[in-house]
Design a protein around this ligand. Structure first.
Ligand code: ZN
Length: 249
């Protein structure tokens, strides 16, 4: 009966007196939840292996139709040690894991689970290599939004198709030409800013290096992508507020 699944730990929630519930993204089953009994006790063997933003092999008994299981044991497969030693990198990793968590329904039958898993794994790997967290998150969110069909249009005016763009609107879902921007009361932006946003969206994580060489900072671009996610997926990802607060100092 012992099944083992490899998954990225997205979140830990305290449960009862000494237990925790972990939310785990797997390739095979999408998102699953596990009750880890006694994980908050000092002598728990499993506690270290169910830390968010790590990959673990989890032993349990799989039953179809169920989305919550009792965890038997857990063993760390990839700790992403470097990212956990840095406050900003670990905040970025938490924001990515929270995004994956809120953008996945437990037990949903979906073909995109292997892709979601691969994207989050890529994101944590880049953060662990101490890459620029703003650009990594831009790439991760872009590729996730592409998967969900909500990637902003950064090729032309989303309203009239004009190739001469002068503004960006998260609400409208992409670039706007000057006329459409004025009509919708969207502030115009310098061409260079729009170019950088287009780069951040198009590069994804695949072309991280090319994008990284093209601009100093992608912090403003990240804010635009977070705004798109909130507008079009209707989700608030609290970890981004914490991440941004670290930058404001
Ligand atoms: Zn237009």
């Amino acid at each position: 009966m012992n099944d083992t699944v490899t998954g990225i730990i997205l979140k830990q929630t305290d449960y009862r007196e000494a237990d925790v519930i972990i939310s785990v993204l797997t390739e095979e089953y999408g998102k699953l939840s596990f009750v880890a009994s006694g994980a908050r006790k000092m002598k728990s063997k499993n506690a270290g292996a169910i830390m968010p933003c790590t990959i673990a092999d989890i032993q349990f008994d799989y039953k179809p139709q169920k989305t919550m299981f009792r965890m038997k044991t857990a063993r760390t497969r990839n700790l992403f040690r470097s990212l956990h030693e840095d406050l900003i990198l670990s905040a970025a990793a938490q924001a990515a894991c929270e995004s994956a968590d809120v953008m996945s329904l437990a037990g949903e039958e979906e073909d995109s689970s292997p892709q979601k898993y691969a994207l989050l794994n890529d994101c944590l790997t880049l953060l662990n290599e101490k890459k620029d967290p703003d650009l990594v998150l831009c790439g991760y969110l872009s590729e996730m939004m592409d998967l969900f069909g909500i990637l902003p249009d950064v090729d032309e005016c989303v309203h009239c198709g004009s190739l001469k763009v002068s503004a960006f609107s998260a609400k409208e879902g992409g670039f706007l030409c000057e006329d459409c921007a004025r009509r919708l009361n969207v502030p115009l932006r310098p061409a260079l800013d729009l170019k950088r946003l287009r780069l951040a969206v198009k590069a994804g994580m695949k072309h991280y290096e090319e994008a990284a060489g093209a601009a100093q900072s992608f912090h403003a671009e990240l804010q635009d992508l977070i705004a798109v996610l909130q507008q079009h997926a209707g989700i608030e990802i609290r970890s981004f507020s914490f991440y941004n607060r670290l930058f404001d100092h």
